[in-house]
Design a protein around this ligand. Structure first.
Ligand code: NAD
Ligand code: UFG
Length: 339
């Protein structure tokens, strides 16, 4: 069974590639390396002892995608990670986001049937739920977004739904990720953000390593247990394993299905700081600052649908997420070092 991973050199893609190779799948990666390093993929090969071609190219270009199917087929399924993902940047450069993220989805939709490939797993996001009061979030809740990045996920979900309606032989699984953190247990692959991290865990890791001075906690006046924002953090290896379950489902079924991939447990920013300190025996200095514009108070999943239908649930706890995040940062202070 051979699977094409678009964006497979990135954070979630590289961890999923590792899980797929270990499970006996053949893997082909198409990545333009706009936000990743080929070193990630070399390490995946070293960790698994298996070879997987990394094709450096753009997924928005139909001919490039066609060449991958032509030269590296037969491809049985696609996991579509490729996309730009920085919320703030998407507000500044909306056209770049719409063009990259939507053209990539459409190019795949066009080329796949030319090669008899009908199954695709898509990286969506909890951000498609927009601002809603009711938690935990269930897949059938209303959707809507607050920034161009979110809309690219929302519109991609729409495109895939319409394409599957027009051709009922197709099989699309839309995965709405919550907050992936952590790294593979080996510490050889992990998250390598360019510049100063936007997200909480990579920021904490860089404070721990001395690269950044202290954490700014964005607001302690939210209507939450301790006033700081609550999120559903999920270990990236659990997320990777969720893709294996989703892939299996996509190959055996047709139509469109949506699943939340989260743990169902919310943790506050201060919970994360404390857990990181305890797991790693370190102190994370922080100050409370005003809220970050656009942030919501609480966001966590009802993860029961993935459990009941995909027979998957997250296994790794917060301590392990914190330990593995730091293990990666500690051993790779410059990330993959060549960006
Ligand atoms: P990432 O940036 O590490 O990985 C994305 C990969 O796609 C990168 O390697 C990048 O080089 C590649 N890419 C981008 N545009 C491309 C194109 N046109 N052609 C080929 N390759 C291209 O991000 P990630 O955290 O691994 O996220 C993977 C997917 O999951 C993305 O679609 C992202 O939007 C989605 N997602 C991520 C999170 C998160 O918190 N990390 C949450 C929800 C959804
Ligand atoms: N936070 C801080 N300080 C920081 C960074 C974050 O206090 O330096 C707080 C935030 O205010 C929030 C929590 O930590 O309460 C988590 O923030 P992240 O930036 O790590 O994650 P978000 O939930 O804001 O965003 C993530 C993804 C987005 C996606 C969104 C919804 O990064 O791409 O989830 O799914 F759109």
């Amino acid at each position: 069974m051979r699977v094409l991973l678009t964006g497979g050199a990135g954070y979630i893609g590289s961890h999923t590639a590792l899980a797929l190779l270990n499970a006996g799948y053949d893997v082909v990666v198409l990545d333009n390396l706009s936000n990743s390093s080929p070193e990630a993929f070399r390490r995946v090969e070293a960790l698994t002892g298996k070879k997987a071609p990394l094709i450096i190219g753009d997924c928005t270009d139909g001919d490039t995608v066609r060449a991958v199917f032509e030269n590296h087929g037969p491809i049985d399924a696609v996991i579509h990670f490729a996309g730009l993902k920085a919320v703030g940047e998407s507000v500044e450069k909306p056209l770049d986001y719409y063009q990259n993220n939507l053209d990539a989805t459409m190019a795949l939709c066009r080329v796949m049937p030319e090669y008899g490939c009908r199954a695709l797993v898509f990286s969506s996001s909890a951000t498609v739920y927009g601002v809603t009061q009711e938690m935990p979030l269930r897949e059938d809740f209303p959707t809507g977004c607050t920034n161009p990045y979110g809309w690219t996920k929302w519109i991609s979900e729409r495109i895939l739904t319409d394409v599957a309606k027009a051709d009922p032989s197709r099989s699309f699984v839309l995965l709405r990720y919550f907050n992936p953190i952590g790294a593979h247990e080996s510490g050889r692959i992990g998250e390598d953000p360019a510049g100063i991290p936007n997200n909480l865990m990579p920021y904490i890791c860089q404070v721990a390593s001395g690269k950044l001075d202290h954490l700014r906690v964005f607001g302690n006046d939210y209507p939450t247990r301790d006033g700081t924002g609550e999120r559903d953090y999920i270990h990236v290896m659990d997320l990777a394993e969720g893709h294996l379950a989703a892939l299996d489902y996509a190959l055996k079924n047709s139509g469109v299905e949506v699943f939340n991939l989260g743990t169902g447990t919310p943790y506050s920013v201060l919970d994360i700081v404390r857990a990181f300190e305890e797991a790693n025996g370190l102190t994370i200095p922080y100050e409370i600052t005003p809220r970050r514009p656009g942030d919501i108070a609480v966001c966590y999943a009802d993860a029961s649908r993935a459990r009941d239908v995909l027979h998957w649930q997250a296994k790794r706890d917060l301590k392990q997420m914190c330990r593995d995040a730091w293990n990666w940062q500690k051993h790779n202070p410059r990330g993959y070092g060549d960006k």
